[in-house]
Design a binder for this molecule. Sequence first.
Ligand code: ARG
Length: 465
Amino acid sequence: MSGEKLWGGRFEGALDPAFEAFNASLRFDRRLLFAELRQSTAWARALARAGVLTQVEAERIATALEKLGRELAADATPLDRSEAEDIHSFVEAALVREVGELGRRLHTGRSRNDQVATDLKLYLREELAHLDRALHDLCAALVALAEATADLALPGYTHLQRAQPITAGHHALAYVEMLARDADRLGDAKARMETCPLGSGALAGCPWPIDREILARELGFARPTANSLDGVSDRDHVIEVLSAASLILIHLSRLAEDWIFLASQEAGLITLGDDVSTGSSLMPHKKNPDALELIRGKCGRVIGNLTGFLATSKALPLAYDKDLQEDKEALFDTLDTTRACLGVMTTVTGGVRYDRERCRAAAERGFLDATDLADLLVKAGLPFRDAHERVGAAVRAALEAGCELRDLAPELRASLLGELEVDPRQALTLATILERRSTIGGTAPAEVARQVAAWKERLEAWPKS
Ligand code: ARG
């Protein structure tokens, strides 16, 4: 309704209805309602401190805004039905309905440009706390899995070719490392969101004697933004969050891919819970890893939100431009998607079951002991490069003979690996191969157990943010 427009005075004609719908953002920026109410309350008090409103007036506004928040929390129908352009117009119109002319004074010295920039940071702070919790919970589930599988041998791959044995616990902890860095990254982004744009006006600053230091602190920020042009047009923090979320999804998509492969009949090394798998409408025997596939797929969407908004931001002239309204749908979709993926991955993690016997059997086939055999020759005095070549020739012979290296016939072993001082059948057991890798960060069960213990402590102390 043009009656609720915040800028009608200059215009004679009405808006084209299609453009009006195109321009409106209430459909998505209604999420900023509570940030807008908080911000408006703080602004009313800042105006009172500046002598623009009386304290009584500011408190009347604060009370009306609080009432509005309570009513809308109980029943959001007025928001559903509203034809307001955006959340800022909606709140102002509701305030005027409640307190009359006084409501029309609140916008003194303020612009939707500094409002929306402030609201978005307030909103993001809360959302980042949710994401941090979700990351914590997934890490906790992975650490529990790592603890249960600290000594469970599994083929490790490079180029998706069998490489060396690893422990399943080691594999799970690799993802804990990634996700913990993701949480750090969100924390870093949050630290740069500690500046409050409110009081920047439309672009040039506020001509009323607003104490922006007090205002910033009242809204929970460390300080005000230092340049009003930057304050209203900066969306670096949005891009940082979109980017950090893309990395989260990249990590989740890699874990999804690993587990989809391990759960395939070709590998058959894990089973996934029924609660996160689906069947086929046609093929009665199917059990499909849909949860993991969706996570893998949604990674593309989250990266798309990042690249889309990066492109939107390029070459935007100072200060505010309406292009910036495009930040919200990208950001909200990424926040929702990331949170949902973390939650589903936590459930998947709780239901992953490794088939110990099949994992062990797989880790004992495919020459996963070749590097360790070369090391045995090194122990017998050969330079590693020569040992590598010898074992390579032995692999060729074993392939021809259709056996593993440790089972090469004695004559072949003597001719190819004559320097060996020990029987590889004893020296190259799976347990020995795993245990040898006990330096920091290695796959040895004891080292994995040590890392699990360290992670449990870190999870206890995980920043609550
Ligand atoms: N809905 C707008 C946004 O999201 C709010 C700011 C509008 N400012 C303006 N000058 N039109 O960016």
